[in-house]
Design a protein around this ligand. Structure first.
Ligand SMILES: Cc1cc2nc3c(=O)[nH]c(=O)nc-3n(C[C@H](O)[C@H](O)[C@H](O)COP(=O)(O)OP(=O)(O)OC[C@H]3O[C@@H](n4cnc5c(N)ncnc54)[C@H](O)[C@@H]3O)c2cc1C
Length: 778
């Protein structure tokens, strides 16, 4: 068994892994409890939209669905976006109302717009910034909204084809031509239409010269989405990625038996498409022809002794849990009204109400309540004691409607498709971003990259840790937001078994524990049998348990999780085999994320997401899930943030007329003379001058030494010779007197020979490149 992105591993698995795989069609029937409890996996407490929300666009929680059938439903095109089913095809003249009470075309199109995050009666902030209408409010704005909704719906009905402006015009009266142009341009540039991975959206060749050069830091979903859009817009782009793979927190791991007969794809990070209506990942799935598997509602819960939870108790406690959340919600409304900015933890509020109302007093009820609390900690990747009561669910109004779905084969399928044809430099850990009016210099472990702009998509955990130095420092409000916003933890244990002993008819089952401090440990199991290609179970570890899990031994973990599974299945006469392969995640110790996803911590609010998203000086831009106020902590939120920043970069490039300053996003193109560089050396003594490596302050870093050999000796002006030596050696040379003694130390003690300009080799040329860029930017 293995830990992901960590070095621990354990002895080979049990010999029982040679058991042949079971035929899924003959697998053990669904674990008992025929009267499965109602849908319970509330991702978060959900507020209603203030206006016109059809029930079909309101969604529940992370692992939720509406299907109660025992068979695995696969999505097809017609099921993907239920709203669109209501829309008559082909598009025809706008009708204002269905006389029979049915929805009119306009209503349906408004709902489609709502499902992708537009308000029904006002412009979005980005639309206002883009000046889509000459005057705000009034009839022009209303007409614009109708036109925008129509274009959006039209493209959403045929997402694999490119919609042209003239096609968009077809069903709009010609007097609104300007509005069509405006809406079409806004929707295209902001990634609402004509985006994705269908052949029609293949990447174009970058024009020469490009509009500008952009270095994107991080090849997660946000970075990949932004890079694709930017290339489409005519920018030259390079992605610098610290890992040796793309995808970041979306990571599908292939698990298999030694003989390769049992194989499964395990999503160790982002897994569920949470709400498919309006979801841009649903659009990509449609374009790529990926089927979607709807996560089924059936989720039996088991007591520690393996008995199923009594259905009546189950629904009673679930109702009580929701009432506690309602009370916390009312309390915060009155607190916010009165004091504006007072905040406490959601955990404190819930516990106070629980005590006051005598909720969950029997041991079984208490365990059930703790299970719901663990589920809430999972959804937020946070301890309830850290979550802001005031704003923890600030994103609820924007939740994507529709079912929650898996992609059979795992989300790496999206990553692979998104990364295709994008220039990505792997194993490039960015340590410093230097920016100024001439552009940006992005330093990695061994190179420096010069570009017009940089887009930073690293996780909030990396920003919190200060792994990247910004030079000059980020503005104080941004630094404060980085500190305030929470970045929490969720871990997983992925287990490949010889066969599916839990039954293929369910996607989830839960386990209750007596110890409240362990409530998050293996509280929920996801069965991936129907989508991963093999008998795969993934156990979730949330809350306090997720933190402890970072340091627990994998062997012990496997024993504990098998103990839980045996507790559930052995009393039913079902033998739990030893797993073939186990992978444990350690997202908290992973130095390229330091956690799982963002949450609103006490004292923070939705505003902090916006502050994190703000660009700095039209040079450094920010994307990633933690910059998306409406859809944080999700894969689609990351994707949309990438689209958003591509649009912002494009707008900024236009605004400040930033033109491409270098033909390649690479330092080696700089055309500076060595004499220019040595006019201001970092150190000079006698005939020696030194230029340090601008990317490193270590005393072992290599410097470029130049020694001037006097006119007297050569008889024809100064001759310069060069050497690459460590900074430490530079200091030793500096500390002794006289050039002759220095040269002797150099040759005899350091064994360094002076060479001509052409003899510096690739190490020297790389160093020179970094120095030149630093020189040109500062
Ligand atoms: C365990 C877990 C479960 C989840 N479950 C779900 C789910 O079911 N549904 C859902 O929608 N979302 C889920 N998420 C959240 C979702 O995966 C993320 O929101 C999304 O993938 C974030 O994408 P991103 O591009 O913002 O960041 P990332 O994917 O983290 O990409 C950032 C990239 O930057 C790179 N990087 C970091 N530091 C540096 C550096 N110094 N230099 C260069 N590169 C660097 C990283 O290696 C990474 O590739 C889950 C996440 C986790 C961890």
């Amino acid at each position: 068994m293995e830990t992901e992105d960590a070095s621990q591993s354990t002895p080979p698995p049990d010999p029982s892994h040679s058991t042949p795989p079971s035929d899924p069609s003959q697998s053990t029937p669904p674990a008992e409890n025929p009267e499965s409890p109602p849908a319970r996996k509330r991702r978060r407490r959900r507020k209603q939209f203030p206006e016109m929300v059809p029930s079909l666009s309101v969604r529940s929680l992370r692992p939720q669905s509406t299907s109660r059938s025992g068979t695995a439903p696969l999505y097809n095109d017609s099921m993907i976006d239920e709203l669109l089913q209501l829309q008559p095809r082909p598009p025809r003249r706008r009708s204002n109302a269905g006389g029979d009470g049915s929805l009119s075309d306009l209503d349906v199109e408004a709902l489609v717009a709502l499902s992708v995050g537009f308000a029904s009666d006002s412009l979005s902030e980005d639309e206002i910034l883009s000046s889509v209408v000459p005057t705000l409010a009034g009839p022009i704005q209303s007409n614009y909204i109708i036109v925008r909704n129509h274009i959006l719906s039209r493209w959403r009905s045929t997402v694999s084809s490119r919609l042209s402006e003239s096609h968009a015009m077809e069903s709009i009266r010609s007097e609104h031509k300007n509005l069509v142009s405006s809406a079409f341009s806004f929707l295209s540039s902001h990634g609402f239409i004509n985006f994705g991975l269908a052949p029609a959206f293949r990447l174009p060749a970058v024009p020469s010269p490009p509009r500008a050069n952009v270095v994107v830091i991080g090849a997660g979903i946000a970075g990949l989405a932004a890079a694709r859009q930017l290339i489409t817009f005519g920018f030259k782009v390079a992605i610098l990625e610290a890992r040796s793979r793309p995808g970041g927190r979306v990571h599908t791991r292939k698990m298999c038996s030694d003989d390769g007969s049992i194989v499964a794809a395990a999503d160790l990070g982002g897994s569920v498409l949470t709400g498919i209506n309006g979801n841009p990942l649903g659009v990509l799935a449609r374009q790529l022809g990926f089927p979607l598997h709807k996560v089924r509602d059936v989720c039996p819960l088991y007591l520690p002794d393996g008995r199923p939870v009594d259905t009546a108790t189950d629904s009673r406690v679930e109702t009580a849990f929701n009432q506690l959340l309602d009370k916390a919600c009312k309390l915060r409304e009155s607190i916010l009204e009165e004091f504006q900015s007072v905040d406490v933890s959601l955990g404190t509020a819930l516990e106070a109400f629980r005590k006051a109302h005598g909720v969950a007093e029997t041991p079984e009820e208490r365990m059930l309540l703790n299970w719901h609390l663990a589920n809430l900690e999972y959804a937020n990747a946070a301890l309830l004691s850290d979550l802001s009561m005031a704003y923890w669910d600030q994103d609820d109004p924007y939740e994507m409607g529709g079912d929650h779905c898996f992609i059979p084969g795992g989300n790496c399928r999206f990553v692979r498709a998104l990364a295709e044809d994008i220039p990505i430099f792997y194993n490039q850990t960015v340590s410093r971003i230097h920016y100024g009016c001439d552009g940006v210099l992005v330093y990695t472990n061994d190179q420096a990259f010069h570009a017009d702009m940089a887009l930073c998509t690293v996780p909030l955990g990396v920003l919190k840790k200060g792994s990247i130095v910004f030079d000059p420092e980020l503005p104080p409000p941004k630094q404060d937001a980085i500190k305030r916003l929470g970045f929490g933890l969720l871990n997983k244990v992925a287990m490949l078994f010889p066969h599916d002993f839990w039954g293929g008819g369910i996607d989830t089952f839960g386990h209750l524990t007596e110890d409240p401090r362990q409530r998050g440990e293996f509280f929920l199991f996801y069965s991936y049998t129907s989508v991963s290609g093999g008998p795969l179970l993934v156990a979730l570890v949330a809350g306090e348990s997720a933190i402890k899990f970072e340091n627990s031994s994998p062997v012990e973990t496997v024993e504990r999780v098998l103990g839980v599974l045996r507790g559930i299945f052995t009393p039913k006469g079902i033998e739990v085999p030893a797993p073939i392969q186990v992978v444990c995640t350690r997202w908290g110790s992973d130095k390229f994320t330091y956690g799982s996803y963002s949450y609103v911590a006490i004292g923070s609010s939705g505003d902090d997401y916006d502050v994190l998203a703000e660009p700095v000086g039209d040079r450094v831009f920010f994307a990633g899930e933690a910059t998306n106020r409406k859809y944080p902590a999700t894969m689609h939120g990351a994707l949309l943030s990438g689209f958003r920043e591509a649009a912002n970069i494009s707008r900024a490039a236009k605004r400040s007329s930033i033109l491409s300053t270098t033909d390649r996003v690479d330092c080696r193109e700089e055309q500076l003379d060595l004499d220019d560089l040595y006019q201001n050396p970092d150190l000079s003594f006698g005939s020696f001058s030194v230029l340090y490596d601008p990317c490193s302050s270590s005393s072992d870093s290599i410097s470029l030494l130049r020694v001037g050999i006097g006119e007297r000796k050569t008889g024809s002006g100064l001759l310069y010779l060069y050497a690459l030596i460590s900074k430490r050696h530079v200091m030793e040379l500096h500390d002794i007197d006289g050039d002759a003694r220095r040269l002797s130390l150099l040759y005899r003690n350091f064994g360094t020979k002076l060479v001509g300009r052409d003899g510096l080799g690739s190490l020297g040329e790389n160093l020179l490149g970094r120095i030149k860029i630093d020189f040109s930017v500062s």
